[in-house]
Design a protein around this ligand. Structure first.
Ligand code: NG6
Ligand code: CA
Length: 508
């Protein structure tokens, strides 16, 4: 009897400590701080995301840890800063999986906690073994399954890179063995049509790069042949992924599930479905934001229909800041008008100024998370440690090196603090880092080069000072470098950043 009571007590304590709501992480692609109406956009509306924000916490200091896709997604899934590992820059079409299969990942945490885990959308973390890359016509291994996802339905790279096929069950979907898929970085034959040789046939012209194989009237980075039955239309990506997400949620409605929904909106080539084309004044870039908003609305509708809303934590974030011309002539810059894609911030994609990584960040869990705005520093890299904490899952010592447990901030609890600092990086190969610490921001451009993608065409600045210092409380737009006025603070932050690098980890 005594044993039974102890057991019961133990169980009660366990269920108190660990909460297992469903978790959906919706990551937008290249969505800037100012790109949603709940973050200040005025020339178009994002009603579904606004509703999500109004129901929960809207963060004004929400970050991703890198200003390009691959490193940002790497840090979300591993909880470690990507600058710690070489080879985590933008993955090429045939690139191998950059997360080692023995890494304890965010989906591993959720599996351990008893969740069904799924990833739907864009992958862009490489596939297959080092030195080999993916076997497009066979079983693709290692891939999402090997790093913790039970289920996947993916675009293997990013849609401006080849190939335009879906990956599910570790294979290319609908691949006809008599029409094998070949992917490479050299033109396969002199008569193979490319964006260069057949430029006049394109439905959207390129501006830089992106002049390889043509599919659906759009030329891409890289080359491919075959796999014709497997190819999709760019216009249908969002619809297909909403359908697959609904299936995943429906199938797992009675168990806790974890879904990473990695939207392709609004990455180039921006080709929203026909029904969204022209719905905003700024062209396909912002039409794609409306498509993203629709996607979020559909997922929320499914949760409502299945009565899961009050048992589901949704996190909405972005993988990096905004860019206008990212290789295609889609008039993003020409039609921009007064829209401020990075909000009040400087820089964007490829940059370590605030616009590169300070992005929309929303948490919603109706009935648990109170409605409000939070200025706590939070980052997508923290989801690993925070969800481990929420679900009562222990983290191995050598895992998730930079993931901080900020679950109380994410849940909008009183007395929570968020992070004290956050490091950001560019793609990793230019050696630029940013350190936000309290109200201060240090930038470190060790090669003295910086991209400025604010809203103008991509510009490279040379001769940038190695260290710059900004007081974000007075100067959120990082206009005045105050390094000379505050030598002690400059020294303190430079030392703080050096220590973060040297220590090899920041998780206590
Ligand atoms: C760059 C591409 C850019 C985009 C980016 C990756 C050129 C000149 N630029 O190399 O168009 O594909 O890589 O974007 O090709 S990301 O969002 O996936 O990181
Ligand atoms: Ca991106």
């Amino acid at each position: 009897m005594k044993l039974f009571t102890t057991l019961l007590l133990g169980l009660a304590q366990l269920s108190l400590a660990a909460e297992k709501p469903n978790v959906i992480v919706i990551m937008a692609d290249d969505l800037g701080y100012g790109d949603l109406s709940c973050y200040g956009a005025t020339t178009f509306k994002t009603p579904h995301i606004d509703k999500l924000a109004a129901s929960g916490q809207r963060f004004t200091s929400g970050y991703c840890s890198a200003s390009t896709c691959t490193p940002s997604r790497f840090s979300l899934l591993t909880g470690s800063y990507p600058f710690r590992k070489s080879g985590t820059g933008i993955a090429p079409p045939n690139g191998h999986l950059i997360i080692d299969a023995d890494t304890f990942t965010l989906p591993d945490i959720m599996q351990k906690a008893g969740y069904q885990t799924g990833v739907i959308g864009k992958w862009h973390l490489g596939l297959g073994k080092k030195g080999q890359g993916p076997d497009w016509n066979g079983r693709i291994n290692p891939g999402p399954q090997e790093i913790g996802f039970h289920h996947h339905f993916l675009l293997p790279t990013t849609n401006d890179r080849v190939p335009q096929v879906y990956l599910t069950d570790s294979r290319v979907l609908n691949l006809d063995p008599s029409d094998p898929l070949w992917v490479g970085n050299k033109r396969p034959s002199p008569d193979h049509p490319t964006g260069k040789s057949h430029r006049d046939t394109l439905k959207m012209d390129w501006s830089h790069g992106h002049n390889g194989t043509i599919h659906n009237g759009i030329s891409r980075i890289g080359f491919y042949t075959g796999g014709h039955d497997a190819r999709f239309r760019d216009e249908d990506l969002a619809d297909k992924w909403v359908e697959k997400s609904n299936e995943f949620i429906e199938t797992n409605k009675d168990k806790p599930f974890f879904l990473f929904y990695a939207s392709h909106d609004l990455h180039v080539p921006r080709i929203p479905h026909e029904r969204f084309q022209g719905v905003t004044p700024h062209g396909f870039r912002t039409d794609s934001i409306v498509q993203l908003d629709w996607t979020v609305g559909e997922i929320m509708k499914t949760l409502d229909r299945l009565k899961l809303t009050e048992n589901t934590l949704i996190v909405l974030c972005s993988d990096n800041g905004p860019v206008m011309d990212d290789g295609y002539q889609d008039d993003a810059l020409e039609k921009l008008g007064n829209h401020k894609a990075a909000g009040p911030f400087k820089g964007g994609k490829y940059s370590v100024y605030e616009g590169g990584t300070r992005t929309p960040f929303i948490t919603s869990w109706p009935g648990t998370i109170p409605a409000g705005t939070s200025d706590h520093i939070v980052c997508s890299i923290d989801l690993a440690a925070s969800l481990a904490s929420l679900t009562g899952t222990p983290l191995p010592e050598d895992s998730c090196l930079d993931s901080i447990d900020i679950i109380d901030s994410l849940l909008g609890k009183e007395g929570a603090k968020g992070r004290s600092n956050i490091v950001s990086q560019d793609n990793g190969n230019r050696g630029a880092l940013g350190l936000r610490s309290g109200k201060w921001k240090l930038t470190e451009h060790s090669k003295r080069k910086a991209f400025n993608t604010t809203v103008k065409k991509k510009l490279m600045f040379n001769d940038v000072p190695i260290h710059q210092l900004y007081d974000l409380s007075k100067d959120p737009g990082e206009k005045t470098n105050v390094a000379k006025d505050h030598p002690k603070i400059l020294a303190r932050l430079t030392a703080e950043l050096a220590k973060i690098k040297a220590d090899g980890r920041t998780r206590p």
